[in-house]
Design a protein around this ligand. Structure first.
Ligand code: PMV
Length: 325
């Protein structure tokens, strides 16, 4: 039996960082996915291979060491934690080994939700393999628990979008409202290697907030206003307004201290090449920018490609899918 699962990544369109302080955010699932295949083994080994990255890991499921094993590296932590969480749900299942092959279409650690996509795909495939009968809501919730356990902190944005797809507005009361976006929403990603991880960037913003609370709190409030207006613009398909609001949101993120010279260069280059709007997406400090350029996609892609890695994405209405062969 061969089980495959595919789950989309995401981009944050509006509200990153302010969302950590209870403000709303808008994010969409994108057509860059994590694909996972599992196949039963005859022994009790869990083996994983990430295609294209030359990453291989192996451990004995009957005797999992507490430290120093190959599943403690990077994104494989999410795979093992997902396996452990499913095991807790299925205490009676005998331990049998598995071969896991991952194909991750988005760059890892670039703010495109690779860890959530891998987690949701792993949980969904294991759910089928162990016949755990988990509903989609439970998968989303368990995936969020995996992210919390591995990272210590996480927002439910990534795991929600990897599970359900589409566009969401995360409101101040932490409810994810599905936004019916009826057009393709073509976006360009410009991507540079990240200097700091999400936690470090959250710390940088917190320090700035503690040092200048009277200046920084109003920035969070402005981001909230921008996000609320962007929700309307997105629903109405007001492309000009969406672009302008992205530019305003970027200025506010810059003021929070999470831009870098390379990100700024890409952002301004994208606007010069015809983007209606461009901004950091995700935590910043390197990582990715998004540019919104309906009708000018090729021009923006070409210009950004001269500076850094650039590729096109669009909204994915489809969430996680599984298939048994
Ligand atoms: O770059 P990412 O996808 O890790 O985005 C982080 C966005 C923050 O708002 C900074 C943190 C969060 O969990 O929402």
């Amino acid at each position: 039996m061969l089980i495959t699962a595919s789950a989309p990544g995401k981009v944050i369109l509006f509200g990153e960082h302010a969302v950590v302080y209870g403000k709303p955010a808008i994010a969409v699932a994108v057509n860059k996915k994590a694909h996972l295949t599992i196949k039963e083994r005859q022994d009790s080994k869990l083996k994983a291979h990430i295609k294209g990255l030359d990453i291989n890991a192996s451990l004995d499921l009957e005797n999992i060491p507490t430290i120093n094993h190959e599943f403690q590296r990077g994104i494989l932590k999410y795979v093992l934690k997902s396996w452990e969480i499913i095991q807790e749900k299925q205490k009676t299942v005998p331990v049998k080994g598995l071969d896991i092959i991952l194909n991750i279409e988005m760059p890892i650690g670039a703010g495109l939700g690779s860890s959530a996509a891998v987690t949701v795909a792993t949980l969904s495939a294991l759910n089928k393999y162990y016949k755990a009968d988990l509903e989609r809501d439970e998968i989303a919730n368990l995936a969020y628990q995996v992210e919390l356990k591995v990272q210590g902190a996480a927002s439910p944005i990534d795991t929600t979008l990897s599970t359900y797809g589409g566009a969401i507005y995360l409101s101040t009361n932490r409810k994810a409202e599905k936004l019916p976006v009826k057009y393709e929403l073509p976006l360009i990603i410009g991507h540079t290697p990240r200097e700091g991880n999400t936690e470090e960037l959250i710390r940088i913003v917190r320090k700035r907030m503690e040092k200048y609370p009277n200046s920084i709190k109003p920035i969070f409030e402005s981001i909230e206003q921008v996000t609320m207006e962007a929700r309307e613009a997105l629903l109405e398909g007001d492309h000009e307004k969406l672009g302008e609001l992205m530019n305003i949101n970027h200025g506010l993120l810059d003021a929070l201290g999470v831009s870098t010279p390379t990100l700024s260069r890409m952002i301004y280059q994208a606007r010069e090449a015809g983007a209606l709007g461009s901004k950091i997406t995700g935590a910043g400090g390197g990582g990715s920018i998004i540019a919104y350029s309906p009708g000018k996609t090729d021009e923006v892609l070409q210009e950004l490609g001269k500076l850094e890695k650039a590729f096109q994405i669009k909204l994915s209405e489809e969430g996680v899918t599984t298939n048994i062969q």
